[in-house]
Design a protein around this ligand. Structure first.
Ligand SMILES: Nc1nc2c(ncn2[C@@H]2O[C@H](COP(=O)(O)OP(=O)(O)OP(=O)(O)O)[C@@H](O)[C@H]2O)c(=O)[nH]1
Ligand SMILES: [Mg+2]
Length: 328
């Protein structure tokens, strides 16, 4: 066993591969914190990508994602995709940069697995990670895969742009809605359609599940879909009703991706997107540096004095691109 107080990423990765969960937790903290530590972890993880299949569970606050995830952990452990396997869960709250109360709730809801050392549950915020969630989540997922965990579940709270960013880091994306959802998130339906491989109508014990299904089917009918039509599964996570059908549906989507040869394409596209996010974050950082320079102050003063229009000002400033900003 590796030195327990080591903080060297390669030592930690070796220990994590041998099943040391403390080492794995420490690696995820490095990823979360960003900077050189996360760069080092990312480089090591990228070299040994692993075989993890990743499932995103996303949807509005309180939709029942954690309660569902708790069941999916059990199903992953007992059945897996080709037999029971180890399962990792990343619980992500994009709304707060630091771990908040909601995540504590997640831990409590998944507590039934706390004695199973084949289950690793971790909440994650992005703190200093350059590129935010869109880069931190793929880094974390890659790490879990690299240390040999075959099933990774990613729970994300929220609706909107962040959700899309996280969804693009997983192989199968499950969008959880509740009966009566239609009125609540009208505006975001198109976004959800774009990311959903499966819809779950959870809390199907409440009135309106049938209308919600009809609404979703209609929406799918009006959308130009690829070769996969998102399935709709009804569940009551609080009792476990329907969760097996959900696991089967996830498995079918997985087989669809593997059988059609599209899983590799999907992952390649995802890597390109991640690259794009990293580039954007880098460029933004450079712009921040430029804006702290004397040159920026001088050009801004000239613009304010009426000597330069804003486009000329931008041209002037960017002509210094790549050179170290003076007097920063
Ligand atoms: N009636 C009913 N209640 C449910 C069902 N599933 C979950 N709940 C309850 O809904 C509440 C929220 O469940 P969570 O699993 O924490 O939901 P979540 O989507 O993870 O919530 P956040 O992580 O806070 O966004 C809890 O009180 C659950 O017991 C269901 O199928 N039917
Ligand atoms: Mg939750």
């Amino acid at each position: 066993m590796a030195n327990p107080i080591s903080s060297d990423p390669s030592t930690l990765i070796e220990a994590a591969r041998d099943g040391d969960r403390v080492a794995l937790a420490r690696l995820l903290s490095l990823v979360e914190r960003g900077g050189d530590g996360s760069r080092a972890v990312a480089a090591l993880a990228y070299k040994t990508p692993g075989q993890a299949y990743t499932v995103g569970i996303t949807g509005a606050p309180g939709a029942g994602k954690s309660t569902l995830t708790d069941h999916l952990i059990t199903l992953g452990r007992e059945r897996g995709f080709d037999g029971g396997d180890q399962v990792a869960v990343l619980a992500i709250d994009p709304s707060s940069p630091f771990s908040g109360g909601a995540i504590l709730g997640d831990r409590v809801r998944m507590q039934s697995h706390s004695l199973d050392d084949g289950v690793f549950i971790r909440s994650m915020a992005t703190r200093g990670h350059l590129g935010g969630l869109a880069v931190a989540v793929p880094d974390a997922v890659r790490l879990l895969s690299a240390v040999g965990i075959p099933i990774v579940l990613v729970e994300t709270v929220g609706v909107g742009q962040q959700e899309v960013a996280v969804a693009s880091a997983t192989d199968t994306t499950v969008v959880v809605v509740n009966p009566g959802w239609g009125d609540a998130i009208q505006a975001n339906k198109a976004g959800l359609l774009e990311i959903a491989d499966l819809f779950v109508i959870n809390k199907a014990d409440r009135p309106g599940a049938r209308e919600t299904r009809r609404d979703l089917e209609l929406m799918l009918d009006l959308t130009e879909l690829g070769p996969w039509r998102p399935q709709i599964v009804e569940t009551v996570a609080s009792t476990g009703d329907g969760v097996e059908a959900l696991w089967v549906a996830i498995g079918e989507h997985r087989r669809h991706l593997i059988g059609g040869g599209t899983l590799d394409d999907l992952r390649r596209r995802r890597l390109t997107r991640e690259f794009h996010q990293i580039l954007l974050a880098r460029v933004e950082q450079q712009i921040d540096q430029l804006m702290a320079s004397d040159r920026f102050a001088a050009i801004t003063a000239a613009m304010e004095g009426g000597d330069l229009d804003p486009y000329e000002a931008a041209d002037r400033l960017l002509s210094a691109w790549g050179r170290p900003p003076t007097g920063a």
